[in-house]
Design a protein around this ligand. Structure first.
Ligand SMILES: NC(=O)c1ccc[n+]([C@@H]2O[C@H](COP(=O)([O-])OP(=O)(O)OC[C@H]3O[C@@H](n4cnc5c(N)ncnc54)[C@H](OP(=O)(O)O)[C@@H]3O)[C@@H](O)[C@H]2O)c1
Length: 336
C-alpha cells in the first residue's frame, strides 16, 4: 500500500481555548527502526491535552507537536527491527504526543494488542489511564490486596480505571466525585463508598468509613489544595501518590504528621518517562490487566465520541466537567 506524504492532524497553532484546535496538514511521521506506524481509527482525549492546548504542557523532546497521548488503529508499516507486529494487526498505543492525527509512529514497546471483544474506539480509551494507574498504584503506591484506596476524581478517565482495577485486585475503594450522580456512577464501577466532595468533607467521611484508621493509599489529582487534608486521611504507613495538580502545586506539609504516621509522599508524570519504562509497564498490563477486559472483569467507560475535526467540541465538553469516564475522537470508521 502506498501512503500519501501528508496527513490531517488537529493542533493548536496558538495557545488558547478549545477553538484554537484546527485541522491542518502535516508530513507523515518518520518510522524508526523500532517503530510501528498506525493508521489511527480513534484517539483518546485526556486532561493533559487541555494543558498542552493552553501552552502549559509542551511535548517532550522528539514528540510530535500536535496533542494526543493514546490511539487505537491498524498497523500499516513496521520498522526494520520490529518482528512482533505486522501490517493489519489491530493495536492500541501509548504516545508521548501526536494522537490527534490520521497516522502516528510509536515505539513498539508502547503498543498493545486490542483486548479481544473491544472496538477500536473502546481500545483507544485505555492506554493513558491504565499505564498511569498501574504505574502509580502498584509501582510508587505499592497498593496491596486488602488495603484501602482513596481515589480523588473517581468519575474521571483516570478515576474510572483506578476504581475498577483496584477493586479487581482486592482493594477497598473510596472515591470522591463532584455530585451525587457521579458518586453513584463510581459505586456502580466498584467503589465501596463515594463521597460528594462538594457537600461533605472527605477527611471526616474517610475517618467514619474506616473507623478512624484512614486509607493506605490516596491517588490524588488535586494537589496543593488537598495536601493537608490528604495527609489527615492517610493511615499509618500511608502513601500519597500525586498525579495531578488541578488545585495548585504548593500546599502546607505537616512534617510532624509525616513522621508520626510514617507517610510516603510521591508522584509522577508518565509522558516524559523513557521508552524502557513504558515498555515494562506495557508488559505488566498485557499480563495482568488485558485479560481482565477479555473475561469481563473490567469494562471500558467511553462517555462520548466526537469526529477528529470536532476536537474543539470534545475539549469544551471535557472542560465543562459533565463527562464521566473517557472522551474519544473518531478518526476513521472501523472497517467491519
Ligand atoms: N501524572 C500523570 O502521568 C497523568 C497522566 C494522565 C492524567 N493525569 C492527571 O489526572 C487527572 C485526570 O485526568 P483525566 O484525563 O482523567 O481528566 P478528567 O476526566 O477531565 O477528570 C478530571 C477530574 O478531576 C476531578 N476534580 C477536579 N477538582 C477536584 C476536587 N477538588 N476534588 C476531587 N476531584 C476533583 C473532577 O471531578 P468531578 O468532575 O467529579 O468534579 C474530574 O473527575 C488530571 O489532573 C490529569 O492531569 C496525570
Amino acid at each position: 500500500m502506498s501512503l500519501s506524504r501528508t496527513m490531517k492532524v488537529v493542533d493548536a497553532l496558538e495557545p488558547g481555548g478549545p477553538e484554537a484546535l484546527v485541522v491542518v496538514e502535516r508530513p507523515m511521521p518518520d518510522v524508526g527502526s523500532r517503530d510501528v506506524l498506525i493508521e489511527v481509527a480513534a484517539a483518546g482525549v485526556n486532561r493533559p491535552d487541555i494543558l498542552q492546548r493552553r501552552g502549559r504542557y509542551p511535548p517532550p523532546p522528539g514528540a510530535p507537536a500536535h496533542p494526543g497521548l493514546e490511539v487505537a488503529g491498524v498497523v500499516v508499516a513496521v520498522g526494520a527491527e520490529v518482528d512482533t507486529l505486522r501490517s493489519g494487526d489491530r493495536v492500541c498505543a501509548l504516545l508521548a504526543g501526536g494522537g490527534y492525527a490520521e497516522y502516528c509512529a510509536v515505539p513498539v514497546e508502547q503498543v498493545l494488542p486490542v483486548p479481544a471483544g473491544l472496538s477500536l474506539v473502546e481500545a483507544a480509551s485505555l492506554p493513558e489511564a491504565y499505564f498511569t494507574v498501574w504505574s502509580n498504584l502498584y509501582g510508587a503506591g505499592r497498593l496491596a490486596a486488602g488495603e484501602w484506596l482513596l481515589v480523588h476524581g473517581g468519575a474521571s478517565g483516570i478515576g474510572t480505571a483506578a476504581i475498577q482495577l483496584a477493586r479487581a485486585r482486592g482493594s477497598v475503594v473510596i472515591a470522591t466525585a463532584g455530585s451525587a450522580e457521579k458518586g453513584r456512577f463510581c459505586r456502580a464501577l466498584g467503589a465501596a463508598h463515594a463521597i460528594d466532595y462538594r457537600t461533605e468533607d472527605f477527611v471526616a467521611a474517610v475517618a467514619r468509613l474506616t473507623d478512624g484508621r484512614g486509607v493506605d493509599v490516596i491517588l490524588d489529582m488535586v494537589g496543593g489544595a488537598y495536601l493537608p487534608r490528604n495527609l489527615e486521611a492517610l493511615a499509618m504507613d500511608g502513601r500519597l501518590v500525586t498525579i495531578g495538580i488541578q488545585g495548585g502545586a504548593a500546599g502546607t506539609l505537616d512534617l510532624w504528621r509525616v513522621m508520626r504516621r510514617r507517610l510516603t509522599l510521591t508522584g509522577s508524570l508518565l509522558r516524559p518517562r523513557s521508552v524502557e519504562f513504558k515498555g515494562a509497564v506495557r508488559a505488566q498490563l498485557e499480563q495482568h490487566v488485558w485479560p481482565l477486559f477479555e473475561n469481563g472483569t473490567l469494562r471500558t467507560v467511553v462517555d462520548k465520541v466526537f469526529p477528529l475535526a470536532q476536537a474543539a467540541a470534545a475539549h469544551a465538553y471535557m472542560e465543562s466537567g459533565a463527562h464521566r469516564g473517557k472522551i474519544v475522537l473518531v478518526v476513521r470508521d472501523e472497517k467491519g
